[in-house]
Design a protein around this ligand. Structure first.
Ligand SMILES: [Zn+2]
Ligand SMILES: [Zn+2]
Length: 270
């Protein structure tokens, strides 16, 4: 099967043939039907993160279960699923204390899986390697979704939506009427804007270096859009009655160049 593979830091990703193993006990094979590109894919190729190589990129995808190994109970052949790059092990200390998002086993940049066409070792991003025709993963790494949900929409639930919505509803716990500043309007930032608006935030200020993001930001529910420059802090304070935003949320590719004071700092949804 074909996959998008990068050979090492700085190398250009290329579509190549690779081989995946048959699903073992507790594992499933998924035919990928839609996949997104995330900033973390860039981090896997430019030295920011340190995965193993050659590496199959991709961790945001949805598809169809086509094969199940022994003892698989949660899904069956034909199920529509979203891939989960941080499945909790349910056995480590945080998992056993109802904090599965802190699982000690989840979130490694890559794991060895499959072989290159030449028979060499192969690694997959975040246990998935989703920019590929197929993945073979543990059943805990797939979540069944309704068959009527378009694959293109379902795929986004695997990273951008999860991160942006989680930043609003879990990390910041935005309350109705609070003001929210979202820095950076990629997939995560736009999901943050949508979640903040649906949480009843009073003012949702969206900022990006690219002015072309204005239309998308307003369509997603932002009350205001600002091009991020050195005057951002002053303009945000003006918009929010000089109080600054209650919840600054950084969904940009780098640290904010200017963030207003007020509210819990470090709400990062990158
Ligand atoms: Zn991602
Ligand atoms: Zn765990």
């Amino acid at each position: 099967m074909r996959a998008l593979v990068v050979e090492g830091v700085g190398a250009r990703p290329a579509v190549t043939d690779v081989e995946l193993p048959a699903p073992g006990p507790g594992e499933v094979r998924v035919r990928v039907r839609a996949a997104g590109v995330c900033h973390s894919d860039l981090s896997m190729t430019n030295g920011t993160l340190t995965p193993g190589y050659p590496l199959v990129l991709g961790h945001e995808a949805a598809g169809l279960v086509t094969e199940v190994g022994a003892d698989v109970r949660r899904v069956g052949v034909g199920d529509h699923v979203v891939l989960n790059w941080a499945p909790p092990c349910r056995g480590c200390w945080p998992c056993r204390h109802d904090e599965p998002w802190l699982c000690a086993e989840a979130g490694a940049p890559s794991v060895p899986r499959g072989r290159t066409a030449g028979g060499g070792p192969l690694h997959v991003t975040l246990g998935l390697g989703a920019l590929a025709e197929e993945v073979v993963v543990g059943e805990r790494a797939v979540i069944a979704v309704p068959a009527g949900l378009p694959f293109e929409s379902a795929a986004l639930l695997g990273c951008a939506v999860l991160t942006g919505v989680g930043a609003v509803t879990r990390t910041a716990a935005v309350a109705p009427g609070e003001s929210v500043l979202v820095l950076g309007l990629g997939g995560v930032g736009l999901a943050t804007v949508i979640a903040a608006a649906s949480a009843g935030a009073g003012r949702v200020v969206a900022a990006d270096l690219a002015g072309a993001k204005r239309e998308l930001a307003l369509a997603a529910g932002a009350t205001d859009f600002l091009v991020a420059d050195d005057t951002l802090t002053r303009r945000v304070r003006t918009l929010t009655g000089d109080a600054g935003s209650t919840t600054p949320s950084n969904a940009s590719a780098g640290p904010p160049r200017s963030a207003p004071p007020g509210g819990p700092p470090g709400v990062a949804a990158r």
